[in-house]
Design a protein around this ligand. Structure first.
Ligand SMILES: [Zn+2]
Length: 255
């Protein structure tokens, strides 16, 4: 393994999830840049490519296209979580209205949107099986990662189809390996570990390599928003991710 693509979620016109004073796109980029810096320092021979290195918009398809064209070995997407807010209607007072000739008192309601949450912690996604077809297609198209001789893969050839399916399975199991390491390192750093989960995600389905999507914490949790915006918090998060990537690298190179 010698090339990892780091994908800072959202960017430009797409802010991602919004907290009380910060945006997902900015935290994701800050942590991604720190992960890159740590990897460069700790493992200079490992090539890193970013899908964005400043505040601009990249389409989802553009993100895995970058990884596929770079012929990378690993795709790591970095995001921030958020929960849906709650809306409640509460009585805010009363008012007098005239009905016919009589005045009556009626209650007045107001709607309160509560965006904040007590939910906290980190979770890492690997590709759900519902997107397996797309994954296999990507592996077929960007066969360099699979075949010794690029361009020789034919999806319609049954032998190749089996080979591609095997790669798709192997990539999923490698993605779980990396995801577990990421979560373990978050837990070591004192974060609440919400585990490794499967989800149907375009950025993971379209890339012809193992990959994970990391949710660093909940932006609408006051404490986590402050942590993810702090220098120490970002450094701890980046350290956990970089350590997991380097540990994964060691493990796959042993095999
Ligand atoms: Zn996101």
């Amino acid at each position: 393994m010698n090339h990892v693509v780091l994908d800072a979620g959202h960017g430009g016109k797409d802010p991602g999830a919004i907290g009380s004073f910060s945006k997902e796109k900015d935290i994701a980029l800050a942590v991604t840049l720190k992960v890159r810096d740590i990897l460069k320092r700790e493992s200079p021979q490992l090539k890193t490519t970013l899908t964005r290195d400043s505040d601009f918009f990249v389409e989802l398809k553009g993100r895995h296209a970058i990884a596929n064209k770079a012929n990378a070995d690993l795709f790591v997407s970095i995001h921030i979580n958020s929960t849906a807010g709650t809306t409640t209607r509460v009585q805010a007072g009363t008012k007098k209205v005239k009905k016919g000739k009589k005045w009556t008192t009626i209650p007045v309601y107001k709607t309160i949107h509560n965006r904040s949450t007590k939910t906290s912690g980190t979770e890492t996604y690997v590709l759900g099986l519902t997107r397996n077809d797309q994954k296999e297609k990507a592996i077929g198209e960007y066969g360099e990662t699979v075949a010794e001789e690029p361009g020789l893969l034919d999806e319609n050839d049954p032998t190749t189809a089996i080979l591609i399916a095997q790669y798709s399975q192997a990539f999923l199991s490698r993605s779980v390996t990396l995801g577990s390491k990421v979560q373990q390192n978050f837990a070591k750093a004192g974060r609440n570990n919400l585990g490794v989960k499967q989800k149907s995600l375009e950025v993971l389905a379209g890339s012809a390599m193992p990959g994970v999507l990391i949710e660093l914490g909940f932006i609408n949790n006051q404490e986590e928003e402050a942590y993810m915006n702090s220098e120490a918090g970002q450094q701890a998060l980046a350290n956990a991710i970089a350590t997991a990537i380097l540990d994964y690298k060691k493990e796959v190179e042993k095999k």
